[in-house]
Structures are given as structure tokens and as C-alpha cells.
Design a protein around this ligand. Structure first.
Ligand SMILES: *Cc1c(COP(=O)(O)O)cnc(C)c1O
Length: 307
């Protein structure tokens, strides 16, 4: 197997091959996980909820006091060009801004020159479509999620050691992935996905201590269209175990049924009725306009002015 998937990258102002996209080991993005990123997907030639992803990325950079070297229109143009360079109909498109390196190697983060990187690679699944009926087996990790008072989880970030160690624990228990609690009996999220519980035809998803996932938001909008009441509020571990249906949401796979939680089987162990309706609505939304999706070819191309 090749060391790199096929793909295209944009780094230090230039487009190129993904295998040539490299950063200095002195970049604080690498040394300190001092970075923020976003991932949008392209399905059948259309970006899904691109505006929401750009809004979140720009807000995250601002919260981390980073300066993006490109405007919103320039970033959209770069992402579209990356997808066109790969020729992929379905793609996973990541944008990153790292703290960068200080030209004088000072320890003051204000001196660093922030670095923008983007790339497009083949679409990646947490749960493949052919595995959807069976659903995900998850384990609830003993490790609590980093508290939101310490690292703002609404900034998409690379502080993943709590999640990664939770994944190793999950594998040892025969599960596919993990979810973490807040350490006080409420669930938060898993490695790259949000969680919903459904009980008596009402849905709920954790309000605090989680990334506000774009797929989570899409699920809320679609559930409302399906006339399913949905709440964002604290969701306890007890509710997770007692739920009729549980599903996970992520750009990397969409709406994914969770059918096992540790040794406990959710419902009858198969994808539930509400989850199925939402999966269908989610994929149908990929051809809708109005902020839902936009053709890659329709993104205005702008000449890059910066750096
Ligand atoms: C990316 C991510 C999610 C899912 O967000 P989407 O915007 O739906 O892809 C959830 N939790 C964490 C920690 C993430 O990094």
C-alpha cells in the first residue's frame, strides 16, 4: 500500500501533490497541537453545507486568535480547486490553520506566522454503508472528555489524546469506537462524532462539552422537518442505556446507528425506524440547494492575493 492516499494539497500558497505537503517540525501546530481545522465533504460533485463549515472554521481561528492569510471567498475557491484537481466525485476536504513558526524562534505565540493548509482526499467512512444495518458497537470510556473550561470543544481541535486512548480501551472490549463522558454522568461525544439518543419518539443530544457538529445541526434540522421533537440538553449515561435508538453524526459517514454500548444491546440490535428515516433524509439533502449543498463547479474562483 502507498504511504499516501491519492489527493491534492494546498500549502504555503501553492497547490501540489499530497505527498509533497509538509510542514516544519518547529510549527506549533505539530509541537503543541496549536491548530484548528475543519472537514467538509463532497458527495456526487457537491459540497455539503459548505457555508456552515466555513463559518465554524473562521470562528474557530478567531477564537484561537489566529489570522487567516486568505479571505472566506479565497478559501472556498482553494477548496473547490483542490477537489477539481483530484477529479473525485466524493471527497473529504480538510482545511487547517496552525499557529506556525515564529521567525525569531521566540516563545511568544503572538510572533508566530499562522499557516494555512488544505487538502482533498477520498471520502472516508467511520461506518461504511454496507455496515449500516449492523450499526456501531461503542464502549463508554473511563476517561472523561477534556473539560470545556480547559479547551473550548466548539473549536475543532487536535486535542485528541483523551479520545485516542478511549479508542484503544474500546478495541480491547471488542467495540469499534468509544464515547466519553463529562466525568459527572453525562455523555459528551466520540472521536469525530456527536451522539443522539431517541426515547418515545423524542430525540436529544448533549448541549455542552461537545463540538457543534455540522452533521449534528443537519440532523436537528431534518428531525424538525420529520416532526420529531429534538432537544439539546445534558444527556445522562442512564438515558443512553435506556434509549430506544442511538445514533452518531459525523461528516465522515453521516448518520450512523449505534446498536451496542459495551455489553448492552440498543433496542433489537438493528438500525431503528427513526434513524433509518433520518439516514434517508440526510442523503436526500445532498442534492438540495439553499445552504444544504452546492456544486463544486459553482464555487466562484478568485485569484489569490495573499502571501
Ligand atoms: C469533527 C468532530 C465531530 C463531528 O462534527 P461534524 O461537523 O459533524 O463532522 C464531533 N466531535 C469532534 C470531537 C469532532 O472533531
Amino acid at each position: 500500500m502507498s504511504a499516501y492516499p491519492p489527493g491534492a494539497a494546498f500549502i504555503d500558497g501553492k497547490f501540489g501533490k499530497i505527498e509533497d505537503a509538509k510542514i516544519s517540525v518547529l510549527d506549533w501546530g505539530f509541537l503543541r497541537s496549536d491548530a484548528t481545522y475543519d472537514v467538509v465533504h463532497v458527495w456526487k460533485g457537491r459540497f455539503f453545507r459548505l457555508d456552515s463549515h466555513l463559518d465554524r472554521f473562521l470562528a474557530s481561528a478567531e477564537k484561537l486568535r489566529m489570522k487567516l492569510p486568505y479571505s472566506r471567498a479565497e478559501i472556498a475557491s482553494i477548496l473547490a480547486e483542490l477537489v477539481e484537481r483530484t477529479g473525485f466525485e466524493d471527497a473529504y476536504v480538510e482545511m487547517i490553520v496552525t499557529r506556525g513558526v515564529s521567525p525569531t524562534f521566540s516563545r511568544d505565540p503572538r510572533d508566530a506566522v499562522n499557516r494555512f493548509i488544505a487538502f482533498a482526499i477520498p471520502f472516508g467512512w467511520i461506518l461504511k454503508p454496507e455496515e449500516r444495518e449492523k450499526g456501531l458497537a461503542i464502549a463508554v470510556s473511563e476517561i472523561p472528555r477534556i473539560p470545556p473550561e480547559s479547551v473550548d470543544p466548539t473549536v475543532k481541535n487536535y486535542h485528541w489524546l483523551d479520545l485516542v486512548m478511549g479508542m484503544f480501551d474500546a478495541y480491547e472490549q471488542g467495540a469499534r469506537t468509544c464515547i466519553l463522558t463529562d466525568g459527572q454522568g453525562n455523555i459528551t461525544e466520540g472521536p469525530g462524532f456527536n451522539i443522539f439518543v431517541v426515547k418515545d419518539e423524542q430525540a436529544a443530544t448533549p448541549k455542552r462539552g461537545v463540538l457543534h457538529g455540522i452533521t449534528r445541526h443537519a440532523a436537528i434540522l431534518l428531525l424538525e422537518e420529520l416532526r420529531v421533537p429534538v432537544e439539546t440538553r445534558p444527556v445522562s449515561l442512564a438515558e443512553l442505556k435506556d434509549a430506544d435508538e442511538v445514533f452518531a453524526t459525523s461528516t465522515a459517514g453521516g448518520i450512523m446507528p449505534v446498536t451496542k454500548i459495551g455489553a448492552h444491546t440498543v433496542g433489537d440490535g438493528k438500525m431503528g425506524v427513526m434513524t433509518r428515516g433520518l439516514v434517508d433524509a440526510y442523503w436526500a439533502a445532498h442534492t438540495r440547494g439553499d445552504g444544504w449543498s452546492v456544486a463544486v463547479a459553482d464555487i466562484p474562483r478568485v485569484a489569490l492575493a495573499a502571501s
